[in-house]
Design a protein around this ligand. Structure first.
Ligand SMILES: NC(=O)c1ccc[n+]([C@@H]2O[C@H](COP(=O)([O-])OP(=O)(O)OC[C@H]3O[C@@H](n4cnc5c(N)ncnc54)[C@H](O)[C@@H]3O)[C@@H](O)[C@H]2O)c1
Length: 442
């Protein structure tokens, strides 16, 4: 979708005027291109004393083959191991590292701060200091968003030091272009981490994507296909033509059915009778906007059935029939509305907050089955849905974020591909917003 505002404020001459009057000037974000390195430039790393992630961090950066930044010059990424911070007085280590480092960060640069899950930090003071990292990272993300750069915090549980490779690769790369100001929790893996080909992490895996005929679902199908998965795309029978076009281009299968149909859960489980399914992406969703005072029951009920209840039934059918393979993944598509709420969307926001509840409540069960469940919560994504919005809310949706622009369907898809990777065994029960650090919501 075209973002006319971005084109105008970045045009020659007009860009100078825009800068002078203080208008946001969204930069073109780096996005993944096949064959590109994970980080296209030097990485500057640092650590507070007594950190426990140094060895793991060094190995990952060596494996990626990144250039290390020297004492001077630009850096494409800054990584700071804050796991050693055990007291509020130690937080000054953040200032000591980032004060000289941030001016060196390039356009579309990356900042990752690694910490210890506060509740497991070992003392009241350590818990307090680790929790403080959130405020630091979210503020830093707002300070660097103007140059298309992002900042995230990764809390690593003690014992999960070897589980951060796939998460760090994702966050350092252009694949996380529209993920900003997020807090990710990495725990011990639900299954042993397999050796994978980082260019084809889903090789040999089967992935089901609902709502795959267009929009975000089509991008998810394409991205999981790029990563080597055999994709089974599902959509309503009316969309079968578009669905086939999407999945056949990927060498996948089409499953035309309505997820709310009584027999849908069994039909889906039967489809995977031979070989099971490794990745299930619950993407199909609808909006049926009205304020609650004008909301007829059928409008409420239809949306809830599509966006939430059918997902619960499909999960149950797949788990009861043991069709979700070991080290399997369920990835749900929630929404920023489910976190922040939105006028006219009581039904939609309830369903999407329910999706988050489902992720939280099912994570321990899935862990026992050596599988994970996580969710993405997209913010303003450039799709047919958002192109049809009135100009006021549309422009607000785009500009009221640290990156001053909407995201692309591929940004949601890349985040799902990271959750889906067999190497992401330590990320379970997380909800990650893909919203450019939108000002709406938490
Ligand atoms: N576009 C955004 O900005 C945005 C923001 C936050 C969350 N989301 C969520 O992302 C997901 C995809 O959104 P999109 O913008 O690509 O929407 P879209 O309307 O373009 O695509 C949704 C797909 O789901 C399918 N679908 C709907 N009901 C179905 C059913 N009963 N059975 C099977 N398939 C069904 C539709 O046919 C369609 O192909 C949705 O869950 C949506 O709520 C989108």
């Amino acid at each position: 979708m075209s973002d006319r505002y971005s084109q105008i404020v970045n045009a020659p001459v007009l860009s100078t005027v825009a800068r002078q009057v203080g208008l946001p000037q969204p930069v073109d974000l780096d996005r993944h291109q096949p064959g590109q390195p994970v980080v296209a430039g030097p990485v500057l790393s640092g650590a507070a004393p007594d950190g426990r992630l140094e060895r793991s961090l060094k190995k990952i950066l060596d494996d990626i083959g990144t250039e290390r930044a020297g004492a001077e010059g630009k850096a494409k990424a800054l990584v700071f191991d804050a796991s050693g911070i055990a007291d509020s007085t130690d937080l000054v280590e953040l200032q000591r590292f980032f004060y000289p480092a941030v001016p060196r960060l390039r356009r579309s640069g990356r900042v990752v701060v690694l910490g210890t899950t506060p509740a497991l930090a070992g003392s009241v003071r350590a818990h307090t200091a680790q929790r403080a990292l959130e405020g630091f990272v979210r503020s830093l993300a707002k300070e660097i968003g103007g140059k298309g750069a992002t900042a995230q915090l990764v809390y690593v549980e003690p014992g999960a030091e070897d589980q951060i490779a796939s998460t760090l690769r994702f966050l350092l790369s252009p694949k996380s272009a529209y993920v900003d100001g997020q807090v990710i929790r990495v725990a011990e893996g639900v299954a042993p981490t397999p050796e994978i080909d980082w260019d084809l992490p889903l090789s040999g895996k089967t992935a089901l994507v609902t709502g795959a005929s267009r929009g975000i679902g089509a991008a998810i199908a394409a991205t999981l296909g790029r990563d080597g998965a055999k994709v089974v795309g599902l959509d309503v029978p009316q969309a079968e033509g578009d669905l086939r076009a999407v999945v056949e281009a990927l060498g996948g299968d089409a499953l035309p059915l309505d997820i709310t149909a009584d027999d849908a859960p069994d039909a889906i489980a039967s489809h995977f009778a031979a070989g099971g399914v490794d990745v299930v992406v619950h993407n199909a969703g609808v909006t049926r906007d009205r304020t609650i005072a004008k909301m007829p029951e059928d409008r409420w009920a239809q949306l809830m059935d599509i966006n939430l209840s059918s997902e619960e039934r499909i999960n149950e059918a797949l788990l009861d029939s043991k069709r979700l393979n070991p080290n399997g993944r369920i990835v749900c598509v929630s929404s920023m509305s489910g976190i922040a709420g939105n006028s006219g969307q009581t039904n939609y926001a309830a369903s999407k907050a329910g999706v988050i509840g489902m992720v939280e409540s099912m994570a321990p069960t899935l862990a026992k089955k050596k599988a994970t469940i996580n969710a993405v919560a997209p913010g303003f994504i450039e799709t047919r849905m958002t192109a049809a919005m009135p100009i006021g809310p549309r422009e607000a949706g785009r500009r009221l974020s640290s990156l001053s622009q909407g995201g692309l369907p591929v940004d949601v898809a890349e985040t799902i591909a990271w959750f889906a990777s067999p190497a992401t065994t330590g990320v379970n029960g997380n909800v990650v917003r893909v919203c450019g650090q939108s000002l709406l919501g938490a």
